[in-house]
Design a protein around this ligand. Structure first.
Ligand SMILES: [Zn+2]
Length: 215
């Protein structure tokens, strides 16, 4: 598998190129503010972009899509519930063939209703659901967000194999990627035992970070 994580401007956004080595077909996920660099990376690999995928409709994740549509004419793929214009709407658990690769979409609302994670082999693109050591925001500044749904979505991805790699939508952690197993054993939000504890930590995150020297 061809796999490139790219710093994409914005608020330390990450964009991704995923490609099938044999067919040289691929996708760009969350082009953000680096569509030019992601497309030139695809070209450097000889990868034809079949789909342009956004994990969710926040501007910093869809920002580069128009640029890519103009140059590749590839369809934009998002979750079925998205209010954002897109060409192909995917349901929970739907698979998308990209050469010999099968991408699987997991509907993971909480941060925003139309959020999906994208599973490609042993790599999970977690968007703004799960960061390394942190999680996505909820609250009044994120319309449609719901901490209960976020808790359920996090627990859903925690059921995946511990070896599955976590590739987040922002570079907010101590390293740019992790694994499900490592997040389960170290991410303070995934260590909470009950929903009430989870919400308490979210509400007191600023104090927790200060007390634990987390940037
Ligand atoms: Zn977001």
């Amino acid at each position: 598998m061809i796999f490139e994580q790219m710093p994409a401007g914005g608020d330390r956004n990450f964009g991704y190129l995923i490609g099938d080595e044999r067919s040289r077909q691929g996708v760009i996920v969350d082009a953000s503010y680096a569509p030019e660099r992601l497309l030139s990376t695809a070209e450097r690999h000889g990868v034809k972009v079949l789909y342009i995928i956004s994990t969710h409709s926040h501007q910093d994740h869809v920002a580069g899509n128009d640029y890519l549509v103009e140059r590749t004419a590839a369809p934009v793929v998002m979750h079925a519930s998205t209010p954002h214009p897109c060409d192909r709407r995917v349901a929970d658990n739907e698979k998308l063939a990209v050469g010999n690769l099968r991408l699987r979409f997991l509907h993971t609302p909480g941060h925003i209703p139309d959020h999906v994670c994208v599973l490609a082999d042993d790599k999970l693109l977690t968007g703004d659901l799960l960061f390394v050591g942190k999680i996505g925001g909820t609250g009044p500044q994120f319309p449609g967000s719901d901490p209960r749904q976020q808790w359920e979505s996090l627990h859903r991805v925690m059921q995946l194999d511990a070896e599955i790699e976590v590739w987040p939508g922002h570079d907010y952690g101590v390293k740019p990627s992790s694994t499900i197993g490592n997040e389960i054993s170290t991410n303070p939000f995934l260590l909470t035992k009950t929903y009430d504890d989870f919400v308490y930590l979210k509400d007191h995150w600023a104090e927790y970070k200060k007390a634990h020297n987390i940037a």
